[in-house]
Design a protein around this ligand. Structure first.
Ligand SMILES: [Zn+2]
Length: 184
């Protein structure tokens, strides 16, 4: 996909976390990511939590929503939304609207191209060799550190089938949210 296609992707949630509207380039973004099942009319009426993989990530999102709903100002988080050939650096701006909805505005900060495609797929269940991928920064946990997928040794052996991951949140991304709490 090109950078222009995801310059700005928006969605609004009601108080029950149901997606009530999508905007910006949502549909182009869904289609460019081979997810035609996610175009606007299909996701409206569904809970945003249905689209989140992993308990830790779900808790993170719930904390973020709680923070926005209780706070007086918007919060901003940087995150990654990689594709096999691109590292996409994104920013999420989350605010409370006058009518009490939570508005997410996602914009692309920059894109770096990879020389070699990194195919990553979600593991159906967690096994001994399943890798944990941070939902926010997209890094993958090796024994001690969180690394780019191409730096993970298993990637070399699983390059053709794709690296199997489950989703979580790394320490530094969890701290990013905590800092927002402290400055509210
Ligand atoms: Zn992270």
């Amino acid at each position: 996909m090109t950078m222009n296609m995801a310059d700005r992707v928006e969605f609004n949630l009601n108080e029950q976390n149901i997606i009530v509207s999508v905007g910006g380039e949502w549909d182009q973004f869904a289609l460019a990511n081979n997810a035609p099942e996610l175009v606007g009319e299909q996701v409206i009426g569904l809970s945003v939590l249905d689209f989140v993989s992993g308990n830790v990530t779900r808790q993170f999102l719930q904390s973020l929503l709680q923070l926005v709903r209780s706070g007086s100002r918007p919060i901003e988080l940087e995150y990654r939304c990689d594709s096999p050939l691109e590292k996409r650096f994104m920013k999420m701006h989350v605010s409370l609207t006058l009518s009490g909805q939570v508005r997410f505005i996602n914009s692309t900060l920059r894109i770096e191209h990879r020389d070699q495609a990194c195919h990553i797929s979600k593991s159906v269940q967690r096994g001994k060799n399943t890798n944990i991928r941070c939902s926010i920064c997209n890094l993958i946990k090796s024994s001690h550190d969180w690394l780019e997928p191409e730096k993970i040794s298993a990637f070399n052996t699983q390059a053709h089938t794709g690296l199997q991951v489950v989703y979580g949140i790394c320490d530094s991304c969890a701290q990013q949210l905590q800092k927002q709490y402290l400055t509210q």
